[in-house]
Design a protein around this ligand. Structure first.
Ligand SMILES: Nc1nc2c(ncn2[C@@H]2O[C@H](COP(=O)(O)OP(=O)(O)OP(=O)(O)O)[C@@H](O)[C@H]2O)c(=O)[nH]1
Ligand SMILES: [Mg+2]
Length: 195
């Protein structure tokens, strides 16, 4: 999970793991990971979800992990345009580090806020169309999805899509063994599991 500070990366991981929402998680320091089990097409997969700090001072640490992961979720906050514009910077730092196409999820988080009372029109939102357009521009390896950690909207779907993208990529490579980052291991193939 990468993206600017406060876009909701930690909240996404919490929601995926526990199905709950904390209104005030601490800002992430450096990098952390959690494991989660995902069921896709009647198979169980263990994923490592790496949570990164959005704050600038941690970016060099975060970058070290790009090459070790099997997919990257680029998260922005649909209520903060700058976080959407900064997706291009995140993408550049991925492209500077990873030299082959990697499954990418572009996640527009906090979509619950689109439906709150907005009479004073102070909030402007990144539209779904803008998200879809950016994902299309990035390429066929990128899928856009909107989520809300607060309501849980499409959060489970995010992790299922990510898992399917990783499986598809790994099938392409015809290689079951993966190293680091988000590791996907079918339960039925447990003996092949590596760190
Ligand atoms: N309304 C709403 N608030 C959210 C949502 N997701 C996260 N938040 C809130 O946004 C704030 C920041 O969330 P975090 O998950 O800490 O953000 P982060 O991207 O991990 O931030 P860093 O660790 O600093 O990089 C918190 O107050 C969350 O409760 C959401 O879907 N809807
Ligand atoms: Mg965080």
């Amino acid at each position: 999970m990468i993206g600017d500070s406060t876009v909701g990366k930690t909240s996404l991981i919490n929601r995926i793991r526990t199905g709950t929402f904390k209104s005030d998680p601490f800002p992430t320091i450096g990098i952390d990971f959690q494991t989660v089990q995902v069921k896709v097409d009647n198979e169980f997969y263990d994923l490592q979800l790496w949570d990164t700090a959005g704050q600038e001072r941690y970016h060099s640490i975060t970058r070290n992990y790009y090459r070790r992961v099997d997919a990257i979720c680029m998260v922005f906050d649909i209520t903060k345009e700058q976080t959407f514009l900064n997706v291009r910077n995140w993408l550049t730092s991925i492209e500077d580090t990873v030299f082959e196409p990697i499954p990418l999820l572009l996640i527009g988080n906090k979509c619950d806020l689109r439906y709150i009372n907005n009479k004073d029109d102070k909030l402007s939102f990144i539209t779904r169309q803008s998200g879809i357009r950016l994902a299309d521009e990035i390429g066929p390896n990128c899928i856009f999805i909107e989520t809300s950690c607060k309501t849980g909207f499409d959060v489970d779907n995010t992790i299922i899509i990510a898992t399917k993208m990783i499986i598809a990529k790994q099938n392409q490579k015809n290689n079951c063994k993966v190293n680091g980052g988000i590791n996907v291991t079918p339960k039925s193939n447990y003996t092949k599991k590596c760190c």
